[in-house]
Design a protein around this ligand. Structure first.
Ligand code: DCP
Ligand code: MG
Length: 392
């Protein structure tokens, strides 16, 4: 039975992400103000803080010294991107079980268009609930979700429901929900626009909604029309999925410059696995493989190889990456950054429709590994698959 609903956009955003990972991994931090960003006597800024610290007025991007003044009893921790990156991948993998139409916005945030998934999974509400459950059970984190009929309202629903939210904004209630909120809640309205609007006597979204369009246009140009639409709950932007990307890549900057070949190869191995998996998950295949190397003196070089055919195989990516690394030779010595990317992409779904045969750019063993990893989580099983190529 077709489902009669226009609630098909889910926005997801983890709560106090970096701080939540820290509290998850060290239970003694639970319930305490935790500030991630570095030592309070350093010159850095707060990356994020737990909700316990927010009560004191601590916020992202605030100098750490100020955070300490506001909340001296907080636990200050350095940023540990490796663990946050892992958690992020785990959460995005959970999203991908419910729809391929995912638009990542940041490390902990994405839009999901679930139009095509409703007949399988029920409603957007059910999907949001299942996502929340899986993220808690499997990643040990709390994610807020917002559901609506467009991107602007789905994200607003998340923001209004945080923390641990699961708010829905239905079409019939949209203008009412919007009307009392300050204009700063509109997508793209920053401090400058707020000032202009204030001078016009417009403070709430409701004020803006009833302002004649020509007056808005006079003061704000085209943007004025866009804000007016938002104020009426109209937002026609599509969820832009991975499928539309032109290239995808991964890179790492080392804490200290390195020249250990094995370490470089290990990075390429990891990247090949991740990129291959991302290609397969988004039903894309690539023809060009590029490695990027930045030396200690910041000189950066790229080396590319265009393959004879398209591939979505991590093994092929890794072989090619190693070939390119070897071609680079000793280069300029110690290396600061290494990256791997794939470009020249095409969708293999389209091809499958016209072919009696399954896609051949992925080996059967990789398909099986994907299935195992889907089932039991991202795992070391990659190494067993790809390691033989390391020795060549
Ligand atoms: N981040 C950062 N610097 C900023 C803002 C954010 O390093 N100025 C990092 C730390 C956050 C993560 O990005 O944990 C996600 O950003 P969010 O804006 O989603 O903030 P949080 O997830 O921490 O909190 P919440 O979403 O619950 O408000
Ligand atoms: Mg967040």
């Amino acid at each position: 039975m077709a489902i009669q609903t226009d609630l098909n956009i889910i926005h997801c955003d983890l709560d106090a992400f970096y701080a939540a990972v820290e509290q998850r991994d060290n239970p003694s931090l639970k319930g305490r103000p935790v500030i991630v960003g570095g030592r309070p006597d350093s010159r850095g800024v707060v990356a994020t803080c737990s909700y316990e610290a927010r009560v004191y007025g601590v916020k992202s991007a605030m100098p750490l010294a100020e955070a300490r003044r506001l909340c001296p009893e907080a636990v200050f921790l350095p940023v540990d991107m490796k663990r946050y990156g892992e958690a992020s991948r785990q959460v995005f993998e959970i999203f991908s079980r419910f729809t391929p139409d995912i638009e990542p916005l940041s490390i902990d945030e994405a839009f999901l268009d679930v139009t095509g998934s409703l007949s399988i999974f029920g409603s957007a509400e059910k999907i949001a609930w299942d996502i929340k459950k899986a993220v808690l059970n499997e990643a040990g984190l709390i994610i807020s979700t917002g559901i609506s009929y467009n991107k602007f309202l789905a994200k607003l629903a998340t923001d209004l429901g945080k923390p641990d939210g699961m708010k829905i904004i239905r079409r019939e209630e949209a203008t009412h929900v919007l009307s009392l909120l300050p204009v700063s809640r509109l997508w793209g309205v920053g401090t400058k626009t707020q000032q202009i609007l204030k001078r016009m006597g417009i403070e709430t979204i409701g004020d803006l909604a009833v302002t004649p369009p020509d007056i808005l246009e006079k003061h704000l140009g085209q943007a004025g029309m866009f804000f007016r639409e938002l104020a009426h709950g109209i937002d026609n932007r599509k969820v832009e999925t991975d499928r539309e990307v032109k290239s995808m890549g991964r890179e790492i900057t080392f804490d200290e410059d390195i020249d250990d070949r094995h370490q470089l190869e290990a990075c390429l191995l990891q990247f090949s696995y991740l990129l291959g998996r991302r290609l397969r998950r988004t039903k894309l295949e690539a023809r060009t493989v590029t490695i990027k190397v930045r030396y200690h003196d910041f000189k950066t070089v790229n080396r590319s190889k265009t393959l004879d055919g398209y591939t979505a195989s991590s093994t092929v990516l890794y072989e090619t990456a190693l070939f390119l690394l070897r071609k680079l030779g000793k280069g300029r010595g110690r290396i600061r950054l290494i990256g791997l990317s794939v470009s020249n992409l095409r969708s293999f779904e389209v091809l499958e429709q016209f072919s009696l045969f399954k896609n051949e750019s992925v080996s059967r063993s990789e398909e099986l590994l994907d299935q195992i990893n889907d089932r039991f989580g991202e795992n070391t099983i990659i190494t067993a698959n790809l390691l033989p190529y390391r020795e060549k």
